[in-house]
Write a protein that binds this ligand. Structure first.
Ligand code: ACO
Length: 430
């Protein structure tokens, strides 16, 4: 099918401007406006990028109306049921599911990159004991750009691979170091005989004074949460990684920028905010007053873990996590009254015309915190857990951006509404 052409008309002159559309493999067409400024002197205006495709990508597809999420074409539900986080990492980075040998090699490579330089470890001593873990993790990941000078030639594919392996492998180690710093315990070194989730639990919770037994249910729950967080196309943090990386900056700095963007409560920081909100609500009978506050235009309170820029239907990840929350709490034998509050809150909100009309559904962050809590992970670490899962998505997008033949430095324009030209007035005459 030939590409569609859209016509814009200059109302002053009646001149017609033809804009060609490009079709993706699935999803809406995009109108190619690249020549608009050069040929017509016009910009487009789209704050928040609600209607703007900033790049071409082959990694992840979301249909927000249908509630569909696919990594490299595979529905997230199938990956959550049948796959492992390591396999999903390979898929996102390389485009196809690995063979058994490829998966073994990839897992071995990631597993043998888990240690961090002792100098990086000492950086934690520079942070106050009550520093937020996201602040420490963003800072320490940024500091990785001061190491590994041997492998940061961004034009070298082998260097790009090593960078991705290091980020995926070392982020749990850095996260655990941040946690240990917060609780004043000695750092626990990684164990390369353990799988990804088990090693994370070991680094978080093992102490020198006594043996620590890893609960396989907890490790599996983490693996599944990491799969569900692994990528989400051009979200705020991923777009930040792409934009920072588009200047050809050191890739570790670009990931640090992504971590900083993820921290905000409108994005990944919502998982921490959800738990705080559920604790504040406390009991189901207090839900109506919080629903009323969320609907009140004069109150800045929002239902955290509700709503999404793209999903106007149930977030498929939230659906999986909700089922998983019951299973994990049962298996761990840990009932949590906050789960009852969350479920009742969801039920009430989904029947309320405000949430129905605005198509506000639970998102990925709504139930995940209840699982993290059951695993013993403190609330302030929730967004760090999100970052660990999302790191592979950031790496995959950074690699796609760097190798995109149409890629250029990201440089948006603006609608300027400030003062027109005016002359400087000497300070004594103002
Ligand atoms: N509670 C109450 N009202 C809401 C909520 C909410 N959680 N979310 C959106 N709305 C309302 C807005 O007030 C707005 O109403 P209006 O049209 O009458 O002004 C309308 O719904 C549209 O909301 P926007 O903020 O314009 O939507 P946007 O796409 O810009 O924001 C966002 C999406 C940031 C996720 C928003 O829904 C929100 O703040 N949710 C709570 C925070 C959250 O859970 N964030 C995590 C998102 S998932 C992720 O990033 C991993």
């Amino acid at each position: 099918m030939s590409a569609k052409t859209y016509i814009l008309m200059d109302p002053a002159t009646g001149k017609k401007i033809e804009l060609k559309a490009r079709a993706g493999s699935v999803g809406p067409d995009v109108i190619d406006i690249r020549s608009l400024y050069g040929e017509q002197g016009l910009f487009t205006y789209d704050p928040g990028f609600g209607s703007t495709a900033a790049c071409e990508s082959k990694i992840t597809y979301i249909d927000g109306d249908q509630g569909i999420l696919m990594y490299r074409g595979y529905p997230v539900e199938q990956l959550a049921e049948k796959s492992s986080f390591m396999e999903v990492c390979y898929l996102l980075l390389h485009g196809d599911l690995p063979t058994a040998a490829q998966l073994e090699e990839f897992t071995h490579t990631v597993t043998t990159h888990t240690m961090i330089n002792e100098t990086i470890l000492r950086l934690f001593n520079g942070f106050h004991y009550d520093a937020h873990p996201m602040a420490m993790v963003a800072g320490v990941v940024g500091s990785m750009s001061a190491f590994y000078h041997d492998t940061t030639d961004i034009m070298n594919p082998r260097h790009r691979d090593i960078f991705a392996h290091r980020i995926i492998a070392k982020l749990p180690t850095i996260a655990a170091a941040a946690y240990k710093h917060t609780v004043g315990q000695p750092f626990t070194y990684p164990r390369n005989d353990l799988d990804y989730g088990s090693n994370l639990l070991h680094m978080f919770f093992a102490v020198p004074a006594q043996p620590y037994e890893i609960d396989p249910v907890a490790a599996q729950a983490l693996d599944l949460l990491f799969i569900l967080h692994a990528d989400h196309e051009q979200n705020c943090s991923t777009s930040t990684v792409r934009l920072a990386g588009s200047s050809q900056a050191n890739p570790y700095s670009a990931i640090a920028a992504g971590i900083a963007a993820l921290w905000g409560p409108a994005h990944g920081g919502a998982n921490e905010a959800v738990l705080e909100m559920l604790e504040q609500i406390g009991t189901p009978d207090r839900i109506p007053q919080f629903i009323a506050r969320a609907k009140d235009k004069n109150d800045s309170f929002r239902l955290m873990g509700f709503g999404h820029r793209v999903y106007k239907n149930y977030d498929p990840r939230a659906k999986i996590i909700r089922t998983m929350t019951h299973k994990v709490l049962n298996q761990l034998g840990k009932a949590d009254p906050l789960l009852d509050v969350a479920m009742r809150l969801e039920e009430i909100a989904l029947q309320d015309p405000y949430f129905v009309e605005k198509k506000l559904y639970p998102n990925v962050d709504f139930y995940s915190g209840i699982i993290y809590k059951a695993l013993g992970i403190p609330t302030s670490m929730f967004t760090v857990m999100f970052a660990i899962g999302r790191a592979v998505g950031w790496c995959a997008h950074w690699r796609e951006m760097i190798t995109d033949p149409e890629g250029r430095i990201g440089r948006p324009r603006q609608l300027y509404t400030g003062p027109a030209r005016r002359d400087y007035v000497d300070v004594g005459k103002r």
